[in-house]
Design a protein around this ligand. Structure first.
Ligand code: SAH
Length: 243
C-alpha cells in the first residue's frame, strides 16, 4: 500500500476543485476504469452544502462528536458543515490542491497528510470517511492495515462513520439473481484513473464494500460494525467501534 501524497501535476481532482473554486465552474472531471465505461464526477457535487448532502451524510455529521477527523476531505464540504455546527474538526487529504482549496474556503485545520502515514498519530473521537469512504482502503487485503491504523487514531469509545455502496446492483439481473465472476477478485475492488483537462492522475484502487463483508473484516480485527442507515443502490452508513 502506497502512503504517498499526490503532486499537483498528477492531481486531476484537486485541479478541478481549484478551478471550480476560483471560477465557479469546471471542465469535465473524467473517471476511467478498466472495469467500467468512462464516467464523470460533477465537480459542483464536491462542493455540496449540508442541505444538499444525502441524508446518510447529514446523519454522520450530526452524530460526529468530540475531536473529529474528516479523512479524504476533498473540498472540505463536511469539515465546513461541522465547523458551522460548532464542532471541532481536522481535515486531511493527499491532494495538495484540495488542501489549498479547503484552507481558502475557511477550513481551520486542513492538512496534506496520507491517512496511512506512520507519522500521522493524532487521536480522534470520530473519524469520518464519507462519499464511498471505504474507497481509501483500496482493496480487501488492506483491511488489516486499515483497522490497525484506526486503532492508533481512535480514542477509547471512539467511532468511525463510513459509507459505501454495495456494487451488487451492477451485477444483479432484473429478477434479482446475482451474476458475479467468482474467479475474479471481490466485485467491489475497482481500479480508477482520473483526468481533468490535460492533468492525468495515476491509477488507484478504490474499494466499495458490502456491509456483511465489512462486518466480517471488522470483527476479525477487533471492531464491531453497525448498520445505521440505508439508501438506494445498497448505499449504507456504518459505524465502526472497537470491541
Ligand atoms: N470526502 C470528500 C471527498 C471524497 S473523494 C467528499 O465527500 O466530497 C476522496 C478523497 O480522498 C480525495 O480527495 C482523495 O484525494 C482523498 N484520499 C484518497 N486516499 C487518501 C489517503 N490515503 N489519505 C487521505 N486522503 C485520501
Amino acid at each position: 500500500m502506497k502512503c504517498s501524497l499526490l503532486t499537483p501535476d498528477r492531481d486531476p481532482m484537486g485541479t478541478a476543485m481549484a478551478d471550480f473554486y476560483k471560477n465557479g465552474r469546471a471542465a469535465k472531471l473524467r473517471v476511467l476504469s478498466s472495469q467500467f465505461e468512462e464516467d464523470e464526477i460533477p465537480v459542483a457535487q464536491l462542493f455540496r452544502t449540508f442541505d444538499e448532502m444525502p441524508p446518510l451524510e447529514q446523519e454522520a455529521l450530526r452524530l460526529a462528536n468530540g475531536k473529529i477527523l474528516d479523512c479524504g476531505a476533498g473540498s472540505g464540504c463536511h469539515a465546513l458543515a461541522l465547523q458551522d455546527m460548532g464542532k471541532d474538526v481536522e481535515a486531511i487529504d493527499i491532494s495538495p490542491r484540495s488542501v489549498e482549496v479547503m484552507q481558502q474556503r475557511g477550513v481551520k485545520h486542513a492538512y496534506c497528510i496520507n491517512l496511512f502515514d506512520d507519522n500521522f498519530l493524532t487521536k480522534y473521537d470520530t473519524i469520518l470517511m464519507l462519499m464511498n469512504g471505504s474507497g481509501i482502503i483500496g482493496k480487501l487485503e488492506n483491511m488489516g492495515m486499515f483497522f490497525a491504523k484506526m486503532k492508533q487514531l481512535l480514542n477509547p469509545g471512539g467511532c468511525i462513520y463510513m459509507d459505501s455502496s454495495d456494487l451488487r446492483y451492477l451485477f444483479e439481473d432484473e429478477d434479482g439473481s446475482f451474476l458475479i465472476d467468482l474467479a475474479g477478485g471481490y466485485y467491489g475492488e475497482i481500479d480508477f484513473r482520473m483526468q481533468y483537462k490535460q492533468v492525468k492522475g495515476a491509477p488507484f484502487d478504490w474499494l466499495y464494500v458490502d456491509f456483511q463483508t465489512l462486518s466480517y473484516y471488522a470483527s476479525e480485527n477487533g471492531f464491531k460494525a453497525e448498520l445505521l442507515q440505508e439508501g438506494e443502490h445498497y448505499y449504507y452508513l456504518a459505524c465502526l467501534t472497537l470491541l
